[in-house]
Design a protein around this ligand. Structure first.
Ligand SMILES: C[S@@+](CC[C@H](N)C(=O)[O-])C[C@H]1O[C@@H](n2cnc3c(N)ncnc32)[C@H](O)[C@@H]1O
Length: 218
């Protein structure tokens, strides 16, 4: 059977009902707490847990997801929290980031269907100002319930160690690595089982902008 288009896959995933907890990801909270708020771009924001939390901390947030249903839920969450989040329902494979950012976040921006992940992350990173950061948190390994509940992200090549993540980002010139590590996290699966999951956490800081692109973001 042909693989569904990412827009169809994720929209039907969210239409089936609320998916995530609404809470921000613990690593985002841990890493971002203490940073001076500025402009943030959240890639694959889902139902907006991270985006709304960032806005509550004073960040001016743009959050993008391919699923209009997820984006609508993120809008409801922002309204309920009394914060403004600029929400965009778009395929990041083609969406062009506008403006410039002090922070780009991508939490579990992984997919069992087609995703030009590295290109999306690099396009967003190109909009980060000197001193700004890119935080990518990803599943380093499948949860034990993956096979039973269709949460498999398509095989080992789609789970990323911090080194895989750095290779995929390919941000070497003008970037410094602040964090590249795995972190354990306890999670409850669809069948109620709890397990310790492993996440890759990569944080890069832009130290300079190449001379050829200096004119683009302001
Ligand atoms: C595993 S979920 C993570 C959601 C959220 N960041 C979180 O941590 O709860 C991956 C998200 O990426 C989004 N996504 C996948 N492919 C996308 C694409 N091409 N453009 C925009 N969003 C995409 C999905 O709709 C989904 O919300």
């Amino acid at each position: 059977m042909a693989e569904p288009h990412p827009a169809d896959f994720w929209e039907s995933h969210y239409r089936a009902g609320p998916v995530w907890s609404g809470r921000p990801n613990a690593t985002v909270v841990d890493v971002v707490t203490g940073l001076a708020p500025g402009r943030a771009l959240d890639l694959g924001c889902g139902e907006g847990g991270d985006a709304v939390w960032l806005a509550r901390q004073g960040w001016e947030v743009t959050a993008v997801d391919i699923s209009p249903t997820a984006v609508a839920r993120a809008g409801e969450a922002a309204a309920a929290a009394g914060v403004d989040v600029r929400l965009v329902a778009a395929d990041l494979a083609t969406w062009e980031p506008d403006g410039s950012y002090e922070l780009v976040t991508a939490s579990f921006f992984q997919s069992p269907v087609a995703l030009t992940r590295g290109a999306v992350l690099r396009r967003a990173a190109a909009r980060v100002v000197p001193g700004g950061q890119v935080l990518v948190v990803s599943h380093a390994a499948p949860p034990p319930w993956a096979a039973d509940h269709g949460h498999d992200h398509g095989g080992p090549d789609r789970f990323l160690s911090p080194q895989d993540e750095l290779a995929e980002l390919a941000l070497t010139d003008g970037w410094s690595v602040v964090l590249a590590e795995t972190r354990a996290r306890e999670a409850r699966g669809p069948d109620g089982r709890t397990a310790e999951l492993e996440d890759s956490v990569v944080l890069l800081r832009r130290v300079s902008v190449p001379a050829t692109t200096r004119a683009v973001p302001t």
